[in-house]
Design a protein around this ligand. Structure first.
Ligand code: AMP
Length: 590
């Protein structure tokens, strides 16, 4: 496929914010895609050239792109930066810059295949060592010279991993289903009314297919694989998809319970109650050769926690396995558990790992086992998995434990366990249905979490403001936004200006957050800056109120910064307006 053709679809996708229309456009694109093109295409559509769990990242800075643009166009970096500040998108700046120059050469250019763009960007990402910067600039300039202005815009955006076409995983999944099964199920989309019609008799089958495709994706994290299986073996091929040790899956999620009674009713009795620890979720894969640790967001965390490899080798009695666990930090002197914030610095750490591991030791708290010696255990019940887990782990205090849990026979048992956990200073408890399998990636009701306060929200920072007085020069007030219902836009919910420390040495500080935000500044209006929606934070608050001041229609009362969540949640995974409305209704009913 020509890259130009792909960019025509990008343009269409960018122009609409309607999820159904996006799904339709994407499904038309996928219908024309050959199996061998699907891997580059899916990664490109997701705004990258690597799947999310791949250790490789494009890693190109805006500064480097500006240099490459200056070289390609002959326009100074300063002028490009000015244009960028005005337009707010380097892709559009590049399109405009190079379009005049292109007029002359356009007819002589060869067609750029998507595979060329894909492979060249991969090549840039793999360059290391001396002279890397100029080599990278060289490849970017070559690509730009061969590209049509519209291609230029999207090449630049891809290099910066900021494609701006608003495609979430749900849209991609739906588009795959529409493209493979739309005709068979007589699905039709009307662009005038933005409506999808499916004959009533086909609806159940449609829902079933959607569910199976989602399940296949949650187990593989790979739409390209799902697509290829569907094109080669059809719907029945999906049954063969199973988790693979070594490739991270989407972990199971929990629904919030408001009370022990609600949990007991929803999950049934007896049920499993476990401590909910405030650490860092990891899935641990051992394929018999190598052990790897992945975060919830599928980042490879093996290196920053490499001291755990020997612990795992000694304590897990299986040749191969996948474990689901929480890594919790503790004070080496008092042995007391630390809050997540205190170990967050370990996650991004590249150097001096040993030193930091001594200063902030961590314990692996394992609560589930998903695969053992090549057997997929996700289909087994919670009760069986816990029992297999207990036979597999040799506990060693301070290194590796099985998360403390009991089987509660009555609501009172849950209540007692919960009270003890809170008194002990833990975040809360997890309550689990003993009969349910492990449902990757989903909140389908097998697990519930119970915490004492109103659920904190994970929100993204979309604007910030420079402070005055002792906070001059520091971004110290942050406009926080949630996602709208179809996850295509961010909606403001209020401003956070408390919860951070004044001094860096005291913990997460205004200065630190300022450093994180600065590279993402898009526009400056006096003291206020607009930032790219990248930095996700957890926010606590007293109440949700209706409000005309913010685009969501709601405002958080007394919002307070709790911690940085960018390591665990992408902006696409934050709370939605639906969550806000749900909490709003609940609190009003109290
Ligand atoms: P939350 O982040 O508040 O939505 O709560 C879910 C998180 O709790 C999971 O992603 C885990 O990181 C963490 N967690 C702590 N203890 C457990 C446990 N026993 N079972 C499952 N998840 C747990």
């Amino acid at each position: 496929m020509n890259y130009l053709k792909l960019t025509e679809y990008y343009e269409l996708l960018e122009k609409t914010s309607k999820r159904l229309e996006k799904t339709h456009i994407l499904s038309e694109l996928l219908k024309q895609t050959k199996s061998e093109e699907v891997e580059p295409l899916i990664n490109l559509l997701k705004g990258s050239v690597f799947p999310p769990w791949d250790e490789r990242k494009i890693g190109i800075s805006e500064k480097l792109v500006i240099k490459a643009l200056a070289t390609s166009s002959g326009v100074s970096s300063e002028k490009i930066e000015k244009n960028w500040a005005k337009i707010g998108d380097l892709g559009e700046v590049a399109e405009e810059l190079l379009s005049n120059k292109k007029q002359q050469t356009l007819f002589s250019r060869k067609n750029l295949e998507i595979s060329i763009v894909y492979n060249q960007i991969r090549k840039i990402a793999s360059l290391v060592g001396e002279g890397t910067v100029s080599k990278k600039i060289g490849i970017i300039c070559e690509l730009l010279a061969a590209a049509h202005p519209q291609e230029v815009k999207f090449i630049i955006r891809t290099l910066l991993e900021d494609l701006r076409i608003g495609i979430g995983e749900g849209t991609l999944r739906d588009a795959i289903v529409w493209s493979f099964f739309g005709e068979k199920l007589h699905l039709s989309y009307d662009p005038k009314t933005n409506e999808v019609k499916i004959p009533e008799g086909n609806r159940e089958e449609f829902e079933k297919i959607l569910d199976e495709v989602q399940q296949a994706y949650d187990l593989t994290n790979d739409f390209a694989e799902v697509f290829i299986i569907l094109s080669k073996r059809g719907f029945t091929g999906l049954e063969k998809i199973s988790l693979k040790v070594g490739r991270p899956l989407n972990v199971m999620l929990a629904i919030k319970a408001e009370s022990t009674t609600e949990a007991a009713e929803a999950l049934g009795l007896p049920c499993l109650c476990e401590h909910k620890l405030d650490g860092f979720r990891v899935q641990i894969h051992n394929d018999g050769k190598e052990i790897k640790l992945y975060s919830r967001r599928l980042e490879n965390l093996t290196h920053p926690f490499k001291e755990l490899l020997s612990v795992l080798k000694d304590s897990v009695k299986a040749k191969s396995y996948i474990l689901d666990a929480e890594i919790v930090g503790y004070d080496p002197k008092t042995k007391k558990y630390l809050a997540f914030q205190d170990i967050s610095q370990r996650i991004k750490r590249k150097y001096d790992i040993e030193k930091l591991a001594k200063k902030i030791p961590v314990e692996i708290n394992v609560f589930d086992i998903l695969s053992k010696d090549e057997e997929d255990l996700t289909v087994r019940s919670q009760k069986e998995r816990r029992s297999i887990l207990e036979k597999t782990i040799k506990e060693k205090k301070g290194k590796i434990c099985i998360t403390e849990g009991i089987v509660a026979e009555t609501t009172q048992d849950i209540e007692d366990f919960y009270k003890k956990a809170i008194t002990f200073g833990l975040e809360g408890i997890m309550i689990k249905n003993l009969e349910k399998p492990y449902t990757a990636g989903r909140k389908v009701g097998g697990w519930m979490k119970l915490k004492p306060v109103l659920e904190n929200l994970d929100l993204v920072i979309t604007k910030a403001e420079y402070g005055t007085g002792k906070r001059a020069g520091v971004l110290s007030s942050y406009t926080i936004s949630c996602l709208n219902k179809d996850k295509s836009r961010f909606l403001e919910l209020g401003k956070v200006a408390t919860g951070l420390k004044e001094k860096e040495e005291e913990g997460e500080s205004f200065t630190q957050l300022t450093k994180l935000l600065k590279p993402f500044i898009l526009k400056t209006n006096g003291r206020e800056v607009e930032v790219k929606a990248k930095i996700v934070i957890e926010v606590a608050y007293e109440e949700i109120q209706e409000s005309q001041s913010y685009s969501s229609g709601y405002a958080l009362r007394f919002p307070r910064y709790i911690r940085l969540r960018s390591n665990e949640r992408s902006p696409n995974e934050i709370n939605t307006l639906e969550d806000v409305e749900r909490i709003y209704r609940k609190q009003r009913g109290r």
